[in-house]
Design a protein around this ligand. Sequence first.
Ligand code: FAD
Length: 507
Amino acid sequence: MPTQDELLDILVIGSGIGGLTAAALLQQQGFRTAVFEKNRFPGGSCSSFSRSGYTFDAGASVFYGFAEDGLSGTLNLHAKIFRKLGVSVPTVPDPVQIHYHLPGGFSLAACYDRTLFLDRLQEAFPHEREGILKFYAELEDVYDILSSLPAGSLEDIGHLLRVCGSFPLKTGALALKTFQSMGKRARRHISDPALLHFIDIEAYSWALQDAVSTPLVNAGICLADRHHGGINYPLGGSGAIAGGLVEGFERCGGEMRYGREVSEILVDNGSATGVRLSDGSLIRARAVVSNATIWDTFNHLVDDDRYRIPMDRFIEAPSWFQLYLGVDASVVPEGLNVHHVLVDDWSRFSDSGGTIYCSIPSLLDPSLAPSGRHSVHAFVTDRADDWAQWERGSDEYRARKDVRTRELLQRLESLMPGISRGCELTLSATPFTHQRYLNRHNGSYGPLLRPGQNILTKPQNATPVRNLYLTGDSTFPGQGVIAVTYSGVSCASFIAAKFRRPIQPLG
Ligand SMILES: Cc1cc2nc3c(=O)[nH]c(=O)nc-3n(C[C@H](O)[C@H](O)[C@H](O)COP(=O)(O)OP(=O)(O)OC[C@H]3O[C@@H](n4cnc5c(N)ncnc54)[C@H](O)[C@@H]3O)c2cc1C
C-alpha cells in the first residue's frame, strides 16, 4: 500500500470505467498504479448496488463492445481488454438496443437484425425507403472505417503515423467525417418530419442532443455496431464490467484504495506531483490521471485559477431523476423488451423530463431479482438547479421526490400496466444524489459539444498541467461506457508511450 513516503508511477483519481481501464492497462505494462476511489465500490455510473434481494444498475444498462471478434479495430474494446487482462466477464446477448414508444402510437424496436430493423422502419415510412437506406448506409461507412483502425491515442504522433500509413484512405475519409453532423446528413436523404424526429430520438437516447447536434462519427458507432457486435448484458449487472477491470488490475499488482477521496491535485511549477486526500495525507506520483469530470478536476481539485474551465466552454448536460423499482412480475407484460425510450410529445422530448428511459435487466439475468419479481430502472433528465430550493433530506425535498416518483410511475403505466401499485421496493435519486455519489458537477451527464463543433475538439487526455491526464466522459469521444473505455485505452497508450514503455495495440 502506498504511504506518504512512497512514490507511485501512476495515481488514478476515481474508479469509473475510464479510470479503471487506464489503470489496468498501465499496471499490466509495468507501471506501479493505484486507484483512489471515494466510494467503497468501483464503477461510478457503471456500478451495481443491491437492496432487499434486488440488484440495480446505478446508471448504464445498454452495453456495446463485447463481441468476440478479433478483427474489429476500435470496436469491441471490452472483449479485447478482458482478453488482454485474462479475465472472464460472461454476458448474454441483448436482442434489442432500445424499443422506442413515440407520439402517435409509433413503436419500433431497434433490434440486432439490421435488415429487420430497416424493413420495419421502411414499412412505417414507405415514401422514404431510399432515404432510410442511404442514411443508415452512411452510418455503416463510419462503422467500416472504425472497425479497421486500431484504438490508440490521437495525441500520440507515432500511433497516428502508423495508422495513417497503414490505412491512408480510411483515415482520410474519417477525418472528413469528423466535420459532419448526424442530423445534417439525415436531412440530405430524408424530409418527412416524423422520420426526422425518429432520427432525433435515435441520437438523443444516448447523446442527450438532437441529431443535428450529434457528430456523425459517434452515431456511426452506436447505431451501426448494435447490428454487428450487438448489445450484450454482463451477467450480475453493470458492476460486473468494473468488477472485471478491478480483477485484472489487482491480478497484475494494482492497488484499489476505496473510501479515499482526493481533495486536491498537487501542482508544482506547472507539473502534477501527486494528490492530497480528504484526510490530509499526501501521495506522490510521477503522473496523475483524473477520472473526475473536467469541471471537477480543474475548477475544484486543481487550486490554480489559470487552469479554470469557463462554464460556457461546453454545454452542461442535464442530470437525472431516477427510480430503482422492485416490481411484481405480473406488471411486466409477456415478451416485453429490456430497454425502452418513451416520448409523449415531440415538442418536449429534449426538455427536462421529456423523455423516459426504462430498463428491466432482470429479463436477461433473473438473478437480479427475487423469484417472481423484476428489477426496473426508470429515469428522466432533471437539473440540480430545479432542486436547489429544497434542503436535501428536508420534508419539502422528500415530498418533491414523492411527487416526481408518482408522476414517473403514472407515465410508465402505458409500458407496464399496474406498475404504480405493483412496486415492492421504490428508491428514488435526484440530481443531488448523482452529484453526491459520484462527485460530478451538478450531477451532470457531462460536458457536451456545441452544435457544429468538430468531435476532435473534445478534450483529449493530456491537459495544460504536465503529468496530469484526464480520462472518462469529459474526454474524446464522450459519454457512454464504450466511449469512456476508449478514453481509458487512449489515456494509457499516451502515458505509456510518453514514458517509453508503449502498449501494443489491442488485438
Ligand atoms: C442514468 C444513466 C444511464 C446511463 N445509461 C448508459 C447506457 O445504457 N449505456 C452506456 O454506455 N452508458 C450509459 N450511461 C453513461 C455512462 O454510464 C457514463 O458515460 C460512464 O460510465 C462514465 O464513466 P467515467 O469513466 O467518465 O466515470 P464516472 O462513472 O463518472 O466515475 C467516476 C468515479 O470517480 C470517482 N471520483 C470522482 N471524484 C473523485 C475524487 N475527488 N476522489 C475519489 N474518487 C472520485 C467517483 O466516485 C466515480 O466512482 C448512463 C449514465 C447514467 C448516469
